[in-house]
Design a protein. Structure first.
Lengths: 186, 186
DNA sequence: CCGATTATGTAGCACCTGCTACATGGGCTT
DNA sequence: AAGCCCATGTAGCAGGTGCTACATAATCGG
């Protein structure tokens, strides 16, 4: 028996993945200490011990989740670029509809809502995740695009609007809007 | 003294405006029975009495708020139409930034988040508010627009994406995206 | 004027909330 | 071996949660 104890031996770093997984499944609304603690195999007491207070825990957790999101984006990134902007948008919208991304989508709107209310950590997490997505989108822009940087921003705006409309039952509205845009497949 | 008692004499209809005003200020997260009751000058007991349970209360409240939103839109509607799509989008984005609309904007993302989690009443309220906005937008489309219906849907998608990006600190991204679109003022 | 329905207040239930005090361990350094 | 610090368990706090039971008051139909 060396120093490798079989006791849990927890730390922020070991706790965060477990907490993130729980939050991705159940949302930020249900992120109260005791359920979180149970999901991580600890007690609420220990969560406060490691993070100081709940606000700090939420901040750290959101930052961690933003990192996980980035990794998930990388994992889902295709090899070859798109050949048209329209294909590029379609590709990322399809990615957003993948089951693997579903928990992120549900959590995303809670992050936006928290940011709108000025909650600590929410705006930073949202901004970071959008920056990540924007970067990914730029890398996916067609080869000969005349303005890949501006185009990526334009597509991002359209894509996020489409996702939002879909969430409140206006998927059809967004689809018809895209058909009426300069992205229409003709 | 006829039958007009000076006692409060509450009902769903008299309660809902008071509840809505509280929720618009403090958000759905703080919409627990006792604060709501205090804001409406009643007790949690009476809220349950009138609405049956909290879920029903939230449903009724969201439907009521969707109606208030519609009225606020009408009140802010300008007389003359826009002359270009770009002006049309700018006008509605400005409207969203008005102080009067601010509580709706903050509440909006909570509605979207609730819709994404399948909470009762949220999707319906979100869908209704978007339909209202779409209708308003159609009425604002330029006179000689070749495709006002599709154009309104296209603008709505862009506008909502812009609002979302602004909420998470990416207002600049959205602005640059619009500049790179076919809406660019040139 | 009486009886029934409607409206409201007071207490209270069982549970959850973030957080703390205190004790006890177990492993580390010296 | 002594002392010490980090980790963890048990209890508990004051307050909030949705909701209910019960009693009472007000109002209205007969």
């Amino acid at each position: 028996m060396k120093k490798t104890a079989n006791k849990p031996q927890m730390s922020k770093e070991t706790l965060l993945p477990l907490l993130a997984s729980h939050v991705l499944q159940h949302g930020m609304g249900g992120a109260s200490l005791r359920p979180l603690a149970k999901a991580a195999g600890t007690s609420d007491r220990m969560l406060i011990y490691h993070f100081g207070n709940k606000e700090q825990l939420v901040s750290d957790l959101l930052r961690h989740i933003a990192g996980v999101y980035s990794a998930a984006l990388d994992a889902g990134m295709g090899e070859e670029r798109a050949t048209t902007r329209q294909q590029c948008a379609a590709r990322i919208l399809a990615q957003g509809r993948e089951p693997m991304m579903q928990p992120f989508m549900a959590l995303w709107w809670e992050i936006v809502a928290g940011a709108a209310r000025g909650k600590a950590g929410y705006r930073e997490a949202g901004e970071s995740m959008m920056s990540e997505l924007l970067e990914w989108l730029e890398s996916q822009m067609p080869e000969g695009d005349p303005d890949p940087v501006g185009g990526a921003r334009y597509l991002l705006t359209l894509i996020e609007g489409t996702l939002m409309l879909g969430t409140v039952g206006h998927a059809r509205t967004a689809r018809e809007g895209l058909l009426a845009s300069d992205l229409a497949p003709n």
